[in-house]
Each structure stands twice: as structure tokens, then as C-alpha cells.
Ligand binder design. Structure first.
Ligand SMILES: [Zn+2]
Length: 93
């Protein structure tokens, strides 16, 4: 271990003398990479969640906007009458 200690100690001392440079070079890129890696999946999850919420809201609005009107059909008539009277008056059958 004595050999390794002699090799490593001078480097540590050099780094300590120039903390600004080494900190920027050595620490920042690693941190940025880690942050980017961590943020991407979160962003995707957030985006998909927002999208699913948006689609659910949209579908709800569509249901409210286009209510299913009652349709009166009879016999062989292919016309979808809006009222029972119309179906009764229809000539097609
Ligand atoms: Zn009819």
C-alpha cells in the first residue's frame, strides 16, 4: 500500500491546490450526465401521464358534446327517425 499511497497522494495535493479547475472538469460532466439520465425517463413518464389525462378529458368532453340521441327504427325502414311520431308516420313500413 505504501507504493500506491505515494502515487495517489501527490495528485490529491495538486487537486487541492486548484480546486476550481478540477471541480469543473471532473465533477460537473458526471453530474450533468447523471441528471440528464435521471430526468429523461421522468420527463417521458410525466408526458405520457399528461397525455393520458388529456385524452381522458377530451373523451369526456366528446361524450358531453355528442349525446346519443334516441333513434326510432321500425320494420324494414333504414331511416333512423328522431321521434316515435316520425317513425309512425313513415311510409317505408
Ligand atoms: Zn321509417
Amino acid at each position: 500500500m505504501g507504493f500506491l499511497a505515494r502515487l495517489l497522494l501527490p495528485r490529491k495535493v495538486r487537486r487541492a491546490r486548484h480546486p476550481g479547475r478540477t471541480a469543473k472538469r471532473a465533477v460537473t460532466p458526471k453530474l450533468v450526465k447523471k441528471v440528464r439520465r435521471a430526468l429523461h425517463p421522468i420527463d417521458n413518464a410525466k408526458y405520457s401521464a399528461e397525455r393520458s389525462i388529456a385524452t381522458s378529458l377530451r373523451s369526456g368532453k366528446e361524450k358531453r358534446k355528442a349525446p346519443i340521441n334516441p333513434v326510432y327504427m321500425h320494420g324494414n325502414c333504414s331511416v333512423r327517425h328522431r321521434t316515435a311520431e316520425a317513425a309512425a308516420r313513415c311510409r317505408n313500413g
